[in-house]
Design a protein around this ligand. Structure first.
Ligand code: TRP
Length: 362
């Protein structure tokens, strides 16, 4: 069986370091591993509209931001098809049919959707489109017969829902059409959820605590130097806390032993540095300077690639157009198989037409 990746992001803003350690970096590694037969990376604009239907320009403007972020981290259109969800209309059609296989109570139990409903104060008036987006996500995944879906932990309920739909579909229609996908989540727990620069649980645009992939070096510097550390670590000689200290959480996510050799050779590795910090005698500024070096080392090539792509925006839209064409052809094949299994392929079934004629000839 071929190994196929599908994953994607809602284009509601520029991508940040949380996206980078949580998924983008891994995607590029998977892309370059040569282990996958096909890779589809989707800009999930239709899903983004399920809770931004009244703000279409936000989604429209962020398509190019997300595309530039993808290309600048090293996703390569020659290896990974980048496409726009809404332009593959087959996905919507699949969603309508899959909706028959899912109950309202099953959707109500989806923990991620539950949390999002609360966050958006949707409790008393949940848009149906939003409520049912896990079904649409199952279409995104199954249309490409994806075997592997690299995502953050919060997406596990969507993958589980998809697997249920696949089993129900193949069982109900006695068909071997859809493929059960596996989620691929970050191995490293820090990478599951990078906190904001203010130490809050999550990077979020509305909290203004993100470091964006597209931030220039001086902006990253200002953000890192004002990061949340340990509020009780006042004098350099004071013992410092690592837990809940955003600088150390980021170092956990980014710093390698080679980084220490390059930027701060007085420590062999992060453990040694942490020990010193906890004992007292290591100042925040020194830690932040190391982090700044480490982040900039990671972001330099990203910035350089972005600058190239920014020079020719029409070419980026062309990449998306071509990727979308490939994706659409693929989704159309699956949709045809789905309709065939569901017995709604009337016009390309000569035996059906003849059979109905025979009935009347009797
Ligand atoms: N729900 C994902 C997010 O919020 C985006 C997404 C839409 C997705 N369709 C998908 C991810 C299919 C993986 C597979 O980031």
């Amino acid at each position: 069986m071929s190994k196929i990746i599908l994953t994607g992001d809602r284009p509601t803003g520029k991508l940040h370091l949380g996206h980078y350690v949580g998924s983008l970096k891994r995607r590029v590694e998977l892309q370059n591993s040569g282990e996958f037969d096909k890779i589809f990376i989707m800009i999930a604009d239709a899903q983004a509209l399920t809770d931004n239907f009244d703000n279409p320009d936000k989604i429209r403007d962020n398509i190019i931001e997300v595309a530039l972020d993808y290309l600048s981290v090293g996703l390569d259109p020659a290896k990974a098809n980048i496409f726009i969800q809404s332009a593959v209309t087959e996905l919507t059609e699949l969603t309508f049919y899959y909706a028959n296989l899912v109950t309202v109570s099953r959707l109500e139990r989806n923990p991620t959707v539950k949390a999002e409903i609360q966050m958006r104060n949707f409790e008393t008036s949940i848009p149906v489109g939003f409520f049912t987006y896990p079904i649409s996500q199952a279409s995104d995944i199954t249309a490409f017969k994806a075997t592997t879906v690299p995502v953050g932990e919060d997406q596990l309920p969507m993958i589980e829902q998809t697997r249920e739909i696949v089993r129900k579909f193949n069982g109900t229609y006695n068909a071997d059409v859809l493929v059960e996908p596996e989620a691929l989540i970050p191995q490293n727990s820090v990478c599951c959820r990078l906190p904001g620069t203010d130490g809050k649980a999550k990077m979020s645009k509305s909290l203004g605590n993100c470091i964006y992939l597209s931030d220039p070096a001086d902006v990253v510097k200002q953000k890192v130097m004002s990061m949340f550390t340990d509020p009780d670590h006042i004098q350099i000689s004071d013992p410092g806390k690592i837990e809940g200290n955003a600088v150390f959480t980021y170092l956990d996510a980014f710093a390698t032993d080679e980084d220490f050799a390059e930027f701060l050779p007085e420590y062999k590795n992060l453990d040694e540095m942490k020990e010193h910090y906890q004992k007292g005698g290591l100042g925040d500024v020194k830690c932040k300077k190391l982090l700044l070096n480490v982040i900039n080392k990671e972001l330099e090539p990203v910035r350089a690639r972005r600058a190239q792509f920014e020079k020719d925006i029409p070419a980026v839209y062309d990449i998306l157009r071509k990727g979308t064409e490939v994706a659409q052809a693929e989704a159309a094949k699956t949709l045809a198989e789905v309709k065939n299994a569901m017995r709604i392929n009337y016009f390309d079934d000569a035996a059906l037409i003849q059979g109905q004629q025979d009935k009347y000839n009797k």
